[in-house]
Design a protein around this ligand. Structure first.
Ligand code: T46
Length: 284
C-alpha cells in the first residue's frame, strides 16, 4: 500500500476566484484540533521526525515543496504544489520536507493539540517503535519473549515461559503454554492451543482449530513427568481441524490436510490426509 494518500479538496470557486472549504470529519478523516502553517522556508529541509499518534493533512496553499514519507520499510516522495490536494500523514510515518519554493505556504491540519511527547525525532528510535510487537489490549501476554513485528490479537493467552519469534501472526482466541517455542514468520490461526512440549519452527502455518495434544494417556489430575516433544519443522503447514497426536515430528515443508489425524511422524515435504493420516504425495 502506498504511503502517499492525497485527499481531493474540491475548488468551489467561480469567476470571482477559488474557494476551498475544509471541515472536520468530512473529507478530512479526523477532528481538526489545530492548524499551523509553514512559510519563508528556503534552502532548508524540515521535519525529520515521526509522530506516535498524530494524524495530519498537509496542503500546499502556495508554491511547492517535496515530502518524503517513510514507514521504516519503504520511502516515497511526493511534491505538493496545489491547494486542491491534501497529503494525509498517518502516525508512525517518518516525514521530511525538502525543496521549499520561496513563496511556499504549507498549511497543516492536525488531529491533536501540540504535544512534544508525541514526536519521535531520532530515526533509530522510530525504527524501534515501528518494529515493536503489536499486542492487542484484549490479549493476556505474560511472556516478554515476543519478537519484533509480531502481532497478537484479541483473547489470546501467552504464558510467561513461551518464546515467540519475530513477524508472527497469532490470531484471536489462541492459548500458548510455557514450554513452547515459536520461530519467526509463524501464523497461528484462531482456536489453536499450543501445549507444553510443542515447538513450531520458522515459517510454519497452523490452520484454524488445529488440535495439538501432549499426553498419550490423559487422566484427570495425573501429570506425566515430562511432556513428549512435538516439533513442526520449518515451512510445514497444518490444515484446519487437523489433530496432531503427542510426540510427533512433522518434517520440513510437509502439508497436513484439513481434518487429518496425525498418529506418526511425517517426513519432509510429505502431503498427508485422512484418519489415521497417510502419505498421499510429496510437495516436491
Ligand atoms: C510535522 C511537520 C509536517 C509548536 O510549539 N506548536 C506546533 O503546533 C508546532 C507544529 C510546532 N511547535 C514548535 C515545536 C518546535 O520548537 O515549533 C518549533 C518548530 O517545530 P518543528 O521543528 O517540529 O517543525 P517542522 O517543520 O520540522 O515540523 C512540523 C510539525 O512540527 C510536525 O508535526 O509533522 O511540520
Amino acid at each position: 500500500m502506498s504511503l502517499v494518500s492525497l485527499i481531493d479538496l474540491p475548488d468551489l470557486g467561480d469567476e470571482r476566484g477559488g474557494l476551498i472549504a475544509i471541515e472536520s470529519n468530512q473529507g478530512i478523516p479526523f477532528e481538526i484540533k489545530r492548524l499551523y502553517y509553514i512559510f519563508n522556508t528556503t534552502n532548508q529541509a524540515r521535519g525529520f521526525h515521526a509522530h506516535i499518534n498524530l494524524k495530519q493533512v498537509a496542503i500546499c496553499l502556495k508554491g511547492s515543496c517535496r515530502f518524503i514519507l517513510d514507514d521504516g520499510s519503504k520511502k516515497e516522495h511526493v511534491v505538493l504544489n496545489t491547494a486542491t490536494k491534501g497529503l494525509l500523514i498517518e502516525g508512525l510515518v517518518w516525514r521530511e520536507m525538502h525543496d521549499f519554493s520561496e513563496d511556499c505556504v504549507l498549511l497543516v491540519l492536525a488531529s491533536e493539540h501540540y504535544d512534544e511527547a508525541d514526536y519521535i525525532r531520532d530515526y533509530d528510535a522510530f525504527l524501534r517503535e515501528v518494529d515493536k510487537p503489536f499486542i492487542h489490549p484484549l490479549s493476556d501476554v505474560q511472556s516478554i519473549k515476543i519478537g519484533q513485528k509480531t502481532k497478537i490479537w484479541q483473547y489470546s493467552v501467552i504464558l510467561s515461559g513461551a518464546s515467540i519469534g519475530g513477524n508472527c501472526n497469532i490470531c484471536a482466541h489462541t492459548l500458548i503454554e510455557n514450554d513452547v517455542v515459536v520461530g519467526n514468520n509463524v501464523t497461528i490461526k484462531s482456536g489453536v492451543y499450543i501445549w507444553d512440549g510443542i515447538t513450531l519452527e520458522d515459517d510454519v502455518f497452523i490452520g484454524p482449530c488445529v488440535v495439538f495434544t501432549n499426553d498419550k494417556k490423559p487422566r484427570s489430575k495425573q501429570y506425566p513427568t515430562e511432556f513428549p516433544q512435538t516439533i513442526v519443522e520449518k515451512g510445514a503447514s497444518i490444515g484446519a481441524n487437523a489433530t496432531i497426536l503427542p510426540g510427533i515430528r512433522i518434517g520440513q515443508n510437509a502439508l497436513i490436510g484439513a481434518g487429518a489425524v496425525v498418529t506418526k511422524d511425517v517426513p519432509n515435504n510429505a502431503i498427508v490426509v485422512g484418519n489415521p493420516a497417510y502419505i498421499k504425495g510429496y510437495t516436491e
